[in-house]
Design a protein around this ligand. Sequence first.
Ligand code: ZN
Length: 250
Amino acid sequence: VDGSVDTNVVGTYKITYTATDSSNNTNSVTRYVRVRDLSSNTGVIYLTFDDGPSSSSTPKILDILDKKGVKATFFVVNHDSSLDYLIKRAYDAGHTIGLHSYTHNYAKIYSSKENYYNDLNLISNKVESITGEKSMIMRFPGGGSNTVSRKYSKGIMSELTKEVLNLGYRYYDWNVSSGDAAGGSPSSEKIKNNVINSLRKDRSNMVLMHDIKAATRDALKSIIQYGKDNGYSFEKITIDTEMVTQRVNN
Ligand code: ZN
């Protein structure tokens, strides 16, 4: 074992494990261990927006975030490249651009690991070409806990959720759902209540929203106001943000 971890000092540690068998075959793997101070993370709200950008909602959402002085995270897709300027605008405003999917087509991306990584690389290259920065922050379509992938490839999430970490990515599920993607087009009042009723002071709150939803846009101001009035702070995801992950089900 090459390298060591000091759990008393926050940081990222590189450890390389090497093994040799009796026939002198040697192999090694490298793992990164992050030591973090979790006590500093309590009462934080991470607003995250999936599946955008959208011409009708994203500009408004960016306006509101700006006005409130809040930084958020956008997990983007490639549904309409004429909206790339909105990804650039979000990035320039200081928000985090995370990788969601190029196609968001479950049947395609979860049919094989190769297809998954092809899709991930496409959205990664797209984001890098827009912002000039490679994003290593990602969210699986459907989340790490999705069961839809079972239909296309048994066990694929168990492998992907480990492999992406070894590739240097960090993936973020959520522990607060706004329910804005639920059927029946929930009202902005309902979305706001879904969020504020799930917030907790003793953890970081990773909030799932979609910037393609008009009702989400309309709920945003009051969600932020509630957070501020109740002593929460708002942060964007960075590569050092502790991952919030759900149980893997496939
Ligand atoms: Zn999505």
